[in-house]
Design a protein around this ligand. Structure first.
Ligand code: AMP
Ligand code: MG
Length: 437
């Protein structure tokens, strides 16, 4: 068995014909490496398929969508009111209303001479009219409409083609389909979208002590919680989890399960990547031809995180402690799922908020602490207020095995590597969690 010694800032391996030295790298550098390697092993390589619009939420487009006609398709009224010639509808003027145009009607032309037409929101503005006056700015007696405010040419008229012209790209390949994108596709009649297949992410837990969550563990065993949390994170990130169960800490079994995992698009392992005698994941991967890019990241929790490419597939060895597994997934696996889908790697959603309580941490690592941010919704109208909109506090926890702390948490409080003390009232970054939908 290989031994490896992890020393401050550096990992040194012995027992190999060639010696491998790994330096502990920053999480930013680790993310850059992942993006670079995912580009090489084939970003967007998961394949494409046709997806009906009502199934397409969360997918990544593999082909542009173009406008089938101008949008709006005709000059559209933005208000309920009167279609007028602005030059005539001056303040105090009275015009005769000759009829009405409902949404969906073909509009008559507005003929000459002190006349107007009543018009509804979404209806086509008639030729000859150049403005719509809101009904609130008029008084009506019979067919006579008096204008309490003068019209300005162009007001409340959305010109034909001003949102998109026929043939214009309205959704681009690589975009992730959210509710706005769904609406856009529906508007232009793209009933079926060509999308990237969801990357299949194999999830393999390791550890002699692990039993499936539906089983009763022995006195010194624990239930597998990582597989199910990882599966939810995979789905939230746009991937399709492939559950490979768990492997005991034996080389032969690990090799067999890893081989199965390498048939999928991405392999994510949990556990077995630290310094223990039975942490065999790296050794087994190496024996299967893996090229390692890092195996220690200057973060807490999550330091022993491993990234390799094995037989052309990206492989993540996440530390087994549940909070470490969750954090390292957000930092490292989520962007890989984006890239495999042909999307750009999502940026980490950092938000600056106010620290509610003093904080003391060991410097040298970037901390991602389970934390709870309370949002002050009432202050949303006072943009730029010195107090900010969120106040965050780090939760008491027993370290990276403390799932309960993550249940209380709704974000990670990020403490930069060089800081040892942060005073209450300071502005601090939090990392928002990838939400499960
Ligand atoms: P390891 O990374 O294998 O050294 O595991 C670190 C800690 O995480 C140990 O306390 C393990 O029991 C725990 N652990 C490992 N895998 C899992 C899992 N799948 N679910 C819950 N806890 C785990
Ligand atoms: Mg283990």
């Amino acid at each position: 068995m290989l031994r490896h010694y992890k020393v401050w800032g550096k990992v040194k391996r012995t027992g190999l014909k060639t010696r491998h030295y790994f330096f502990m790298i920053s999480y930013q550098a680790a993310r850059r490496i992942i993006c670079e390697q995912l580009g090489k092993v084939g970003a967007g390589a998961a394949g494409v398929e046709e997806v009906s619009l009502d199934e397409a939420a969360g997918r990544v487009l593999a082909r542009d969508v173009t406008a089938d006609r101008d949008y709006p398709p005709f000059a559209r009224s933005a208000r309920d009111g009167y279609a007028v010639r602005a030059a005539e509808a001056i303040e105090g003027a009275a015009l005769t209303c000759l009829g009405e145009i409902k949404a969906g009607d073909a509009p008559p032309a507005l003929g000459g001479g002190a006349i107007c037409l009543q018009i509804m929101t979404g209806a086509a503005v008639p030729g000859g009219a150049d403005a719509v006056v809101m009904i609130e700015h008029t008084e009506r007696a019979g067919d006579v409409v008096r204008f309490t405010r003068g019209a300005v040419a162009g007001q409340n008229v959305i010109p034909q083609g001003s949102e998109a012209t026929s043939g214009q790209i309205v959704l681009s390949a690589g975009m992730r389909v959210g509710y706005a994108e769904l609406a856009q596709a529906a508007q232009v009649g793209a009933a079926v979208l060509r999308c990237a297949r969801r990357p299949r992410v194999a999830i393999l837990s390791t550890g002699d002590e692990i039993v499936p969550f539906a089983e009763t563990p022995g006195a010194f065993q624990i239930r597998n919680s990582n597989a199910v949390s990882l599966a939810a994170q995979v789905r939230a990130a746009g991937g399709e989890p492939e559950m490979l169960g768990h492997a005991v800490d034996r080389e032969a079994e690990l090799r067999e399960r890893i081989a199965a995992g390498l048939r999928e698009d991405i392999l994510v392992l949990s556990g077995g990547v630290s310094m223990g005698k039975y942490d065999l994941v790296e050794d087994v991967l190496r024996s299967m031809g893996a090229e390692f890019f890092f195996d220690a990241v200057a973060i807490r929790p999550g330091k022993p995180a491993v990234f390799a490419v094995c037989q052309g597939k990206p492989v993540f060895g996440l530390p087994g402690n549940p909070v470490s597994t969750m954090v390292t997934f957000e930092l490292f696996v989520a962007p890989a799922i984006d890239l495999r889908s042909g999307a750009v790697a999502r940026a980490l959603p950092f938000v600056e908020v106010v620290l509610a309580e003093d904080l003391q941490e060991k410097p040298g690592m970037t901390h991602f602490l389970p934390a709870r941010v309370e949002w002050e919704e009432a202050s949303a109208d006072s943009a730029g207020s010195a107090s900010g909109f969120g106040r965050v506090r780090a939760l008491k926890w027993q370290g990276s095995g403390d799932i309960g702390a993550m249940v209380q948490a709704n974000c990670y409080l990020v403490v930069a590597a060089e800081l040892s003390h942060v005073a209450a009232g300071s502005r601090v970054p939090i990392l928002l969690r990838g939400e499960v939908v």
